[in-house]
Design a binder for this molecule. Structure first.
Ligand SMILES: C[S@@+](CC[C@H](N)C(=O)[O-])C[C@H]1O[C@@H](n2cnc3c(N)ncnc32)[C@H](O)[C@@H]1O
Length: 445
């Protein structure tokens, strides 16, 4: 492959003698990655049922290489959200961020959401995530991915970093900036990325990268951790962006990623290279805000989100009593008949463009509550009174995922349809006929 001269000069400066090995890696086939969704299933349990040829990705505890011919996106387990398909080196930034259950985490450039899902799995449903992206068009895919994965504690926002930082000052324990960049790490898997690149490209991204860093600095708590990552190799968008940032903000210091992750840390930051790591490559900087960093003015300390209803309506509660074995707790929000459960402990979002206020439970129409597909995906089989379970290899499961009506035995009424023990969606059974409620947008083609 012909690579741009200016790009190769920078690679030579970074890699010296290793440049040849780097170039040779462009002849190798790309590797494919799958990350087990621990919101749905433990890694050990997944490995027992997985029909794929999996090999561990060294810098993760839940990521695996699979063979292209495995076609995991075609399997019912994919529709059950048991895993997410993600480029292997893209799994490293969240491994370095290392979010903990109960924390409040910002994912500033979140779409389409691979890293948001990884954060959600690490939190295990405890704590809250704000997933933001400037692109209105890309948010839809993010919401769909969150819903299918059963991530219920994510607030999705579609705002600029300036508007966000004005509202979320001092709120986050950890923040991820997976920044827009010149995409040099995409050259091997996408030849069009080479054509789109120009000598000016790295410099063109710096202004937005600097702004994302500056605004995130305000949003972290003292002692909070920031991961800045890109899928590009040049120093201008990586080391130099972070050195300039720490010069502008004295309250931050550089930390090295855990040695156990096996990243190349020779520049003082973490890197994955296609000739050293089986993946396309990534840059990862880890910074910590000093505990004695600038304090947040009291007027900006977070208040709980004000809600139109803090409790769900009668219609929801009667749906719950009829169909579930649990009673949902927490704070709820109802807007134009649509009911959400809010993530906990976040400031008010009034005046911000909120694309999804947490877990979308369903819609009330004419006094009746109709549950959403997202509600089904956030539940466990044991939390619903009537459940229909299909084997992964059963032809009914494919017919259900295609939106077809099925003739099956079971208890009349609303049923949670599962592949084995893992929810896929709802269906209403009446005298042996299952009316399919699988969302049209999620159907298998
Ligand atoms: C590398 S992609 C993020 C990938 C994502 N983190 C994932 O793992 O799926 C960069 C994202 O940054 C978004 N973006 C660009 N400028 C932004 C800004 N000023 N604020 C927030 N997001 C921005 C783009 O729309 C794009 O979705």
């Amino acid at each position: 492959m012909k690579l741009p001269e200016a790009f190769m000069t920078e690679i030579q400066a970074l890699l010296g003698d290793e440049t040849e090995a780097f170039l040779k890696s462009y002849e190798a086939d790309r590797r494919y990655g799958l990350r087990v969704n621990r919101l749905k299933i433990e890694v050990e349990a997944f490995l027992k049922i997985s029909p794929f040829n999996l090999k561990p990705i060294p810098w993760t505890t839940d990521g695996f290489y699979y063979d292209e011919e495995d076609r995991p996106a075609k399997h019912p387990y994919y529709h059950a959200g048991l895993y997410y398909l993600q480029e292997p080196s893209a799994m490293a930034p969240v491994a370095v961020l290392d979010p903990q259950p109960g924390e409040t985490v910002l994912d500033l450039c979140a779409c389409p959401g691979g890293k948001t899902l990884q954060i959600a799995a690490a939190l295990g449903g405890k704590g809250a995530i704000v997933a933001n992206d400037i692109s209105t068009g890309r948010i839809k895919a993010l919401i769909r991915n969150l819903e299918m994965a059963g991530a219920t504690n994510v607030l999705v926002i579609n705002e600029s970093e300036e508007k966000l930082s004005a509202r979320f000052a001092g709120v986050f324990d950890r923040a991820l900036i997976d920044a827009p960049c010149s995409g040099e790490g995409m050259f091997r898997k996408d030849r069009k990325a080479v054509e789109a690149w120009s000598v000016e490209a790295p410099g063109n991204f710096r202004a937005v990268q600097d702004s994302l860093l500056d605004q995130t600095a305000k949003m972290l708590k003292s002692g909070g951790r920031l991961v800045y990552s890109t899928c590009t190799f040049n120093r201008l968008e990586n080391e130099m962006a972070l050195e300039a940032f720490t010069t502008r903000h004295g309250g931050f210091s550089k930390r090295l990623p855990e040695a156990a992750l096996g990243l190349d840390c020779r520049t003082g930051y973490g890197r994955l290279w296609p000739h050293l790591h089986q993946g396309e490559g990534h840059f990862i900087g880890l910074l910590e805000k000093h505990a004695d960093g600038r304090e947040i003015p009291p007027s900006l300390t977070p208040k709980t989100i004000p809600t139109k209803t803090s409790q769900p309506t009668e219609a929801y509660r009667s749906f719950e009593a009829e169909n579930l074995t649990i009673e949902l707790t927490g704070q709820f929000y109802q807007n134009e008949g649509k009911l959400y459960r809010l993530p906990e402990g976040l400031p008010t979002t009034q005046g911000l463009r909120v694309s999804r206020s947490g877990w979308y439970l369903g819609e009330e129409k004419n006094g009746r509550f109709n549950p959403s597909g997202a509600f089904a995906m956030g539940l466990k089989a044991g939390e619903v009174k009537r459940v229909i379970r299909f084997e992964a290899g059963a032809f009914e499961v494919i017919r259900y995922l295609k939106g077809e009506t099925l003739s099956i035995e079971g208890e009349d009424g609303l049923n949670l349809i599962c592949v084995e023990d893992y929810p896929l969606g709802w269906g209403k059974l009446s005298k042996g006929v299952l009316k399919n409620q699988y969302p049209a947008a999620w159907r298998m083609l």
